[in-house]
Write a protein of this length. Sequence first.
Lengths: 424, 328
Amino acid sequence: MASKVIMPKLSPTMEEGQIARWLKKEGDKVSMGEPLAEIDTDKATMEMQALTNGVLRKILVNEGESAPLGQLIAIVGEPNEDISALLSEASAKVETPKPAAAPAEAASAPAPAAAPETNGHAKQEAAAPSSGRMIVSPLAARMAAEAGLDLRSLQGSGPNGRIIKRDIEAALSKPAATELKRGTKPLRFHAAAVATASPYRDEPASEIRRTIARRLVTSIGPVPHFFLTSEIEMDRAVEMRKGINALDPDLKISINDIVIKVIATALVQHPAVNASFQDKFVRYYERADVGVAVAIEDGLITPVIRSADLKSLSQIAGEVRELAERARSRKLKPEEYTGATFSVSNLGMFGIDEFTAVINPPEAGIVAVGAVTAKPVVRDNEVVVRQMMRVTMSCDHRVIDGATGAKFLQTVKKILENPLYLVV
Amino acid sequence: MPTITIREALNQAIREELARDERVFLMGEEVAEYDGAYKVTKGLLHEFGPKRVIDTPITELGFAGLGVGAAMVGLRPIVEFMTFNFSILATDQIINSAAKMLYMSGGQFNIPIVFRGPGGSAFQVSSQHSQAIESWYAYFPGIKVVMPSTPADAKGLLKSAIRDDDPVIFIEQERMYGNKGEVPDDPDFTIPLGVADVKREGTDVTIVARSLMVPIALKAAEKLAEQGVSCEVIDPRTIRPLDIDTIIESVKKTNRVVLAEESHPICGVNAEISSQIMEKAFDYLDAPIKRVSGVDVPMPYAKNLENLAIPDVERVIAAVREVAYLDQ
């Protein structure tokens, strides 16, 4: 039986898609799971897979043209099968009114077979509920809802195209299903090998991601760094630190502890930064395990504050102090200094204003923190004295793009300048 | 365990209960001198005498009423209908007296009576003598309806029916009296009413079958297993009260249901079971519930037509393949 290929939902916010490229020509054989086309969504270019076996009989939306979700874009069927019913359904759909803003586009759209006077009739047919009704078994509907699967992206294998249990199971077992599910349900994270380490999820590295990786690596070494610097007004953070330590002098919260906490908070808000490039896929972490660079006698080690986003400042301060002490006496266990998702390096205590740090692979970034110093700055056209701190973030360009890193740093700056964000 | 026929199992049940409780007595057409039209009551007159095993005139309404009266004053009658086709004449006593007396007397009169006899399709006896009418009785509150499919079930359920304080319709399948199976000879062996039995476990499709359809469903399940389909066969054994929970549990596992019965489809027992599954397990169904029923015509006399009117193994297999989407 001929089956419809409809515009699938390939991103959580997608409303329409543009055909970037058909990977099959009319008359080509297609088999289930094979890439059929590349579709530009609002977010990315995604592969659309064939959901049935057969021959690509008709392409209804050409390369460069767009179609709303659920619109018929192609027909897959047996080589000699009569597909006229589906074709007439498609032409009826094409005639549904386009936004008035695009008259030129409407004119160049595939010429509708019908003369103007039959337009109204065709519209009526397109609006009839029978044509677009989806048939789903109660079980399949429930399974799809639970798995966050969009039923419109599926092709039913039951009578009259009814979507049944096995269709849902097939969709869930395909890797593409991960793509379809993204955003419509809580993401599934895998447990990491080290018990306390952050769970993660692996997503296939997109074509563009892999190309960027390949190209940048050939440009500057295995990890293509770039750097972003921001100057942060630290008056409120300094004040907060004083206030907290006044409450309990034993806490001994440092500016660096506050920076760690703020970075962890920002990492969870910017999952694209809390990630690592793994050649074939990009790994996104659920928690912020922050590595803290500690200088030791003959080098450097980065003990990890696990789930720093969930920990209080006093917990972080205590852990950093304890781990640093053991680092200096070389008593850290391997799982205590490996597997961070991001790092912080602070040379402020050495009077360094600004520096760049080298990324600790496979992390995608590190923030280099300079000293807090009183500086004249302009506020409301007046020169005033403020406590300023420079941070420089090194980014792995295979994962983090300029704007992605900049937005992350913006959040870091925003919270450090108004640390009350930590409690809202 | 001895292997005996359903006929012998029923005979044992009646004999044991006659011996166990002197309030139990048996009456019906030809049950005494002739040992019963189907020889279920063989030897009982000789063993228990004419006060406990009584031949009646051919007056179904009369002796059914006599039984209800006897039950009201404390006896525990077993009333045999030569076949359930003739119970139609006694329905006023069964439905309006036996089933409703406890309610209408404000709980003063229990009616501990068993109406038993063969029912369902028989061999070439045409429309009036070959039919399944369990849904008539199962329709009414106040009466229990039991339909065994094996010798052990026949014995265990009949003993429970005789000991039960409410009226019980006990329908034996006329074609199955000679079916053999293992039966415990423990005189205290009973099977509670209202408990379904999983006759075969499976994972892909649930077949609910009773009476004559149980061996047919089991044969179908065997053939389907060769085709890679795992069927669970459930015999409710008691139609009222119905053990719907066991069925629902199975449906939740298999997601697909075939309901097999000899009776006509319209207003049949499986129409009720189908509705209850839909109400209680809608979200678990992957296919519409499929019924395999007797054809909606009076039972034909001609052998070839009779064969077509009664569900067989092939029809059950076809239904299972349909709900499992095997031919899609």
